[in-house]
Design a protein around this ligand. Structure first.
Ligand SMILES: [Mg+2]
Length: 159
């Protein structure tokens, strides 16, 4: 596609392997229980986010899109207390520099930025985003099998 896309990109379990880290540090964590009942405030100011690994191929793909002139917005439901560590993490792992937005209402953010494509793994977010974004691309996990446009490898994603 030649036209410039406005792409909303989720972070956890889309470009970062957050669940893998949670399996290491949270007793009993499993993606089979979805959503998992984390203790209140568990993710606020959590250093867990510093140590998560990027998903293979994600950085390269986002760089490719960025270099082609598409607009990328990182939109995460992380608490805003994690904003700075999120920006640091993206930089550390070579992701293209762009705006990071912490929001519990991604649908609204998608409308405001005029997103034409979204990438998100979470069923609740996919449901919301579907109604305002032309195409929602879904990084495949066992909890999102019911959705279209799933992908297993970032390198396979074409827009
Ligand atoms: Mg996610």
């Amino acid at each position: 596609m030649n036209s410039k896309q406005i792409i909303l990109v989720d972070i956890d379990n889309s470009i970062s392997a957050t669940n893998e880290k949670l399996k290491e540090v949270v007793p009993g964590f499993t993606t089979e229980r979805y959503p998992f009942p984390f203790p209140p405030h568990f993710f606020e100011e959590s250093s867990i986010f510093d140590d998560v690994k990027p998903v293979k191929g994600a950085m390269e793909k986002l760089k490719e899109w960025h270099d082609k002139g598409h607009f990328i917005y990182y939109v995460t439901a992380r608490d805003s207390s994690s904003f700075h560590r999120t920006v640091r993490w993206l930089k550390k792992h070579g992701f293209p520099s762009s705006l990071v937005i912490c929001s519990k209402n991604k649908q609204r953010v998608a409308s405001i930025i005029g997103a034409t494509i979204a990438v998100d793994d979470a069923p609740n977010e996919i449901e919301q985003l579907k109604s305002v974004v032309a195409r929602v691309l879904v990084p495949a996990h066992d909890y999102n099998k019911q959705y279209e446009n799933r992908f297993f490898n970032w390198s396979d994603v074409a827009i």
